[in-house]
Design a protein around this ligand. Structure first.
Ligand code: SF4
Length: 446
């Protein structure tokens, strides 16, 4: 049961020394109760109080770390049901599926394909993070061999899936330095699998069907001293799986039901053979609470939309993604190159700059600070007006870089062209296309 701010306050030193960054112990206690501060910020809490408070202030869904070659990824740790309440912090990890039934060449090809799945978008690198190895035949040697291929051939994090502890152990021995997620502990093998996870100090999947069995299983495993669990509710249909994801999160966040206070793993790869349906299932679980989604098809056209969806779900809806105001050079422009202007909403920038780049036409792209608003919204809000664009163009430094005195404005801001020409004497304003996809043809026809 969570403690109130006053209950926490009673356990603090009450010296108001401010070292925690809060003006008083009471303010710190209130922040701790609402999950906005960490207990470690107060160096003076007694050991006894620390123990009690650590339990009470633990996040409702435990953050679980899974290693990759160059660092760790965290799943769980979320505190809200909906992203308009607060940002979702730890993006769903996307895993490609390998099985021990695959021939060596197929495993190699899939690892090579996985390595190619890296995309730059709005200044971020988007990629899947994990490879999940599924034991299809109880062959521990083959399981370890596939794990070794992943270790040697990629920087992916690993999920080692078998209900046979000996098979998991064989894989974990090869992959232990990457801190893989292992599983699955079930009601039938919980003792052996729990002991293995404890011995190897690795996060463990707890798999059971039905909420009662699942709660009993996680309770048993935590009773064995295991902390880092990942829940698999073993759902086989989309309806059932979605219901489980919502119910598990709701139970963890609402009544703070500790047996469900862990991130989840979902496996569209095991729910359908149809690649299109698999992606749709994965898209649902990225939106609705999957800590990990495991997919079989890791083709670029299947994974890329999932990466974009994830990017949107796990960005702060209250903070627009923005670009720094300034001049961006595309395709090595010179003093005779075209000059275009748009807003600093990151998505606008990346779409427009991508189309200009693709056109191969050298261009100076002026990005005006509109507080992250897109063209139409910024225009409607008066932040992309003739006055403001003219002032920005004059101050931007573009006059020193080019002799060009034609300025391309977005088609959606055509209404500012008259004002802009008045404010920028000597400049001709060209109304660009409304759709970014028409930019290359427009530039080539200039
Ligand atoms: Fe109180 Fe600890 Fe913060 Fe000092 S550091 S003000 S003792 S809560």
């Amino acid at each position: 049961m969570a403690l109130t701010g006053i209950e926490i306050f009673k356990m603090l030193p009450k010296t108001n020394c401010k070292e925690c960054g809060f003006p008083t112990c009471l303010a710190f206690a209130m922040a701790l109760a609402s999950g906005k501060a960490e207990l470690d910020k107060c160096p003076y809490v007694s050991e006894e109080a620390r123990e009690k408070l650590a339990v009470a202030s633990a996040p409702p869904i435990r953050p679980v770390k899974i290693g990759m070659k160059d660092g760790v990824k965290t799943i769980g740790g979320e505190t809200v049901m909906f992203r308009h309440e607060k940002t979702f912090f730890n993006p769903t990890l996307i895993a490609g599926l390998l099985t021990t039934a695959m021939a060596d060449a197929e495993v190699d090809a899939k690892i090579a394909q996985f390595n190619k799945l890296q995309y730059e978008r709005v200044g971020l690198i988007l990629r899947p993070e994990l490879l999940a190895i599924h034991d299809a035949n109880g062959d521990a040697a083959k399981f370890a061999a596939v794990a070794k291929k992943v270790m040697d051939g990629s920087d992916a994090g690993l999920i080692l899936c078998s209900e046979n502890p000996d098979v998991v152990k064989a894989g974990a021995e090869v992959a232990k330095e990457r801190k893989p997620l292992i599983g699955s502990a079930t009601p039938a093998n919980a003792d052996a699998m729990g002991a293995l996870a404890k011995e190897l100090d690795l996060p463990l999947i707890a798999k059971a069907k039905g909420y009662d069995d699942l709660a009993a299983l996680t309770t048993k495993l935590t009773g064995m001293g295991l902390k880092d669990l990942v829940i698999n509710s073993e759902s086989s249909s989309l309806k059932e799986a979605l219901q489980d994801q919502v119910a598990i999160r709701r139970a963890a966040l609402g009544p703070k039901f500790r047996p469900f206070g862990f991130p989840t793993i979902t496996a569209p790869a095991m729910m359908t053979d149809d690649p299109m349906m698999e992606k749709l299932y994965a898209a649902v679980f990225i939106a609705k609470y999957g800590g990990i989604v495991v997919v079989n098809d890791i083709s670029a056209d299947g994974i890329f939309p999932l990466l974009l969806e994830r990017l949107n779900i796990f960005t702060d809806p209250q903070k627009p993604m923005i670009m720094t105001q300034g001049i961006y050079e595309i395709n090595n422009p010179d003093e005779n190159s075209a000059v275009a202007v748009t807003t600093n909403f990151a998505l606008t920038y990346f779409i427009v700059s991508g189309e200009i780049e693709g056109s191969k036409v050298p261009c100076w792209l002026l990005i005006q600070d509109t507080e992250g608003l897109s063209v139409m919204t910024a225009w409607a809000a008066g932040k992309f007006s003739g006055d403001s664009v003219a002032m920005f163009v004059k101050k931007s430094g573009i006059l020193d870089k080019t002799k060009t005195r034609s300025l391309i404005i977005p088609g959606y801001a055509a209404g500012i062209s008259g004002d802009l020409e008045e404010e920028l004497p000597g400049w001709k304003v060209l109304i660009g296309p409304r759709e970014a996809s028409h930019i290359p043809a427009f530039l080539k026809n200039l």
